[in-house]
Design a protein around this ligand. Structure first.
Ligand code: ZN
Length: 235
């Protein structure tokens, strides 16, 4: 019996495999989708599973349901009302915004300890807050603190990256409105200097499971038009 639990406010999908070929051949390898805040129990009736060791079963989990349509809408710059902020790296930036899961990310030139304000509404579905360090080397890529918010109308995720240790002001499950303080700027993970890495993405079946999305900000400012060094203002 496999019990799958989804404790967050977005769809999750799971894939069950086994390192033991005879078991792996009995498993369906499609992603099992589970709606937000829903649990599911799967019963495997083949006797081979009764003798299996739990360690022989591998379960991969990913955010979201790639079949849901994305419904774009304008979002806010992630700073306080009336504040200005400089773009440090734009779409397809040569330093680190090259991959399918990051190509439409924006880096905002902010100082360590500055407050990050929510760009979009939704529910917090991910908070990593315990990492302390970072550096200018891709080996740091997996050691960033971040907050992930899911908007269930748009079916997309907004993500705020490089927060300092304990730099999240929200918790998983919190309901977020645009303009709400949600975290602090830091330097954890792969970064050459303090800044906010901001990314909007949808889930995908391919690659790492996410695809970065181009977005439009308030007053119809296209993210694609924002160049390194440009200063934008939040109304
Ligand atoms: Zn970045």
């Amino acid at each position: 019996v496999l019990e799958l639990k989804n404790p967050v406010h977005c769809p999750l999908r799971f894939r069950v495999t086994s390192s033991v070929d005879s078991l792996n051949n009995l498993l369906q390898h499609d992603w099992i989708k589970i709606k937000a805040l829903t649990d599911s129990t799967i019963v495997y009736k083949n006797h081979a599973f009764a003798k299996a060791d739990a360690n022989d079963i591998n379960i991969a989990a990913r955010f979201g349901d790639p079949m849901l349509d994305v419904l774009p809408h304008a979002i806010q710059f992630p700073v306080k009302h009336g504040d200005r902020v400089k773009i440090m790296q734009g779409y397809n930036g040569s330093f680190s915004h090259r991959k399918i899961n990051s190509r439409y990310a924006l880096d905002f030139d902010m100082k360590t300890g500055d407050t990050i304000y929510a760009a979009d509404e939704g529910r917090v579905v991910g908070v990593i807050k315990d990492y302390q360090d970072g550096g200018n080397d891709p080996q740091w890529r997996d050691y960033a603190n971040f907050i992930t918010v899911y908007n269930n109308q748009a079916n997309w995720f907004t993500q705020y990256v490089h927060l300092p240790k304990d730099g999240a002001l929200v918790q998983i499950g919190d309901s977020i409105v645009p303009g709400q303080p949600i975290g602090l700027v830091g330097t954890t993970g792969f970064t050459s200097k303090e800044h906010l890495h901001f990314n909007v993405f949808k889930t995908a079946d391919s690659g790492t499971g996410t695809e970065s999305l181009p977005t439009v900000f308030e007053e119809q400012i296209a993210g694609a038009s924002l160049r390194k060094g440009e200063v934008v203002r939040r109304n």
